[in-house]
Write a protein that binds this ligand. Structure first.
Ligand code: ZN
Length: 301
């Protein structure tokens, strides 16, 4: 029945939680990771190694790493914005892959990590090389690929040229992130295919936020255009920092429902993801934006 396979990267422990005001205890973060593993996740973004004063939610990154289940078949990703973060992630001895971030606009680059767009490409390449030198792998996400909260529209040709420069460091993957949830499916299809053409055989990953309700349509467009990896967050946790109160990342269970029903295999267990959504709502003390978990299972188990 399946015509295609897509890998899902579970980002709830990092991108999902990062902007949450409620400080989640380390044990609950590890429980979330264990539940994602139980549902079949094999790549998980577990923490970011950033300044704890800027992102208090990630202050326990090292403690989360120390509690990670020892699994030979799982890739644990640590997000890093500079070499200091890369060194911290490597020093844990528990991170398998560094995720670097290049930014498609100067406005967000400077606000988020004190780097212009060009500088962020150089730093990301340096992080990928450091990952390899430490016998890990490294990949890069291009943030604000579809629009910037400060600078507005982002040109396709600029993102393609960034991807070409990043590809020279031979990353494991290049991701296109709709950081503020402004993309539409036509733009996604155009950019994914242009970047895939420019950097092949490096795989292209897509990272969508559902801030304006286009998240699932954008994931579908990306998969059709050649993205082989999709970021998603259980429950749709992960608000956009520039749109308080808006919906978060695309929900893993919603993405899995859509793709599997459409004949694309994800390797994830929908019922276990829905259970985790309900558990996570208890941890967070609120209803989460994911939709599939609020509807009856179909087809019934
Ligand atoms: Zn995000």
């Amino acid at each position: 029945m399946y015509t295609k396979n897509v890998e899902i990267v579970e980002v709830s422990p990092r991108d999902g939680l990062q902007n949450e005001k409620l400080q989640i205890v380390t044990a609950d973060k590890i429980a979330l990771i264990e539940r994602a593993l139980e549902a079949g996740a094999r790549r998980i973004e577990v923490a970011s190694f950033v300044n704890p004063r800027a992102v208090p939610q990630m202050a326990d990154a090292e403690a989360v790493c120390a509690g990670l289940p020892e699994r030979g078949d799982v890739t644990y990703i640590g997000l890093v914005l500079n070499m200091r973060g890369a060194d911290r992630a490597i020093a844990t001895g528990r991170i398998d892959q560094l995720g670097a971030v290049a930014v498609a606009s100067d406005g967000l680059g400077i606000a988020n990590q004190g780097q212009s767009s060009d500088q962020s490409v150089d730093v990301a390449c340096e992080i990928v090389r450091a990952a390899k030198a430490a016998e890990l792998t490294g990949q890069v996400t291009i943030a604000a690929s579809f629009g910037c909260p400060f600078d507005g529209e982002v040109a396709v040709r600029h993102v393609v040229s960034m991807a070409e420069r990043l590809a020279r460091s031979e990353p494991a993957e290049i991701a296109l992130a709709d950081t503020i949830g402004v993309a539409n499916p036509a733009h996604v299809a155009q950019l994914v295919s242009a970047v895939a053409d420019a950097v092949g055989p490096v795989p292209v990953r897509i990272h969508c936020h559902n801030t304006r309700g286009t998240g699932l349509a954008n994931v579908w467009a990306a998969v059709q255009a050649g993205a082989s990896v999709v970021d998603a967050s259980i429950g749709g946790l992960g608000g956009c920092p520039f749109a308080p109160g808006a919906a978060g990342n695309v929900a893993t269970e919603d993405v899995v429902y859509m793709l599997e029903r459409a004949g694309v295999a994800t390797g994830l267990d929908l019922a276990k993801l829905i259970d985790t959504n309900h558990w996570l709502e208890g941890v967070m003390g609120r209803t989460l934006p994911g939709m599939v978990a609020r509807a009856p299972l179909f087809p019934a188990a």
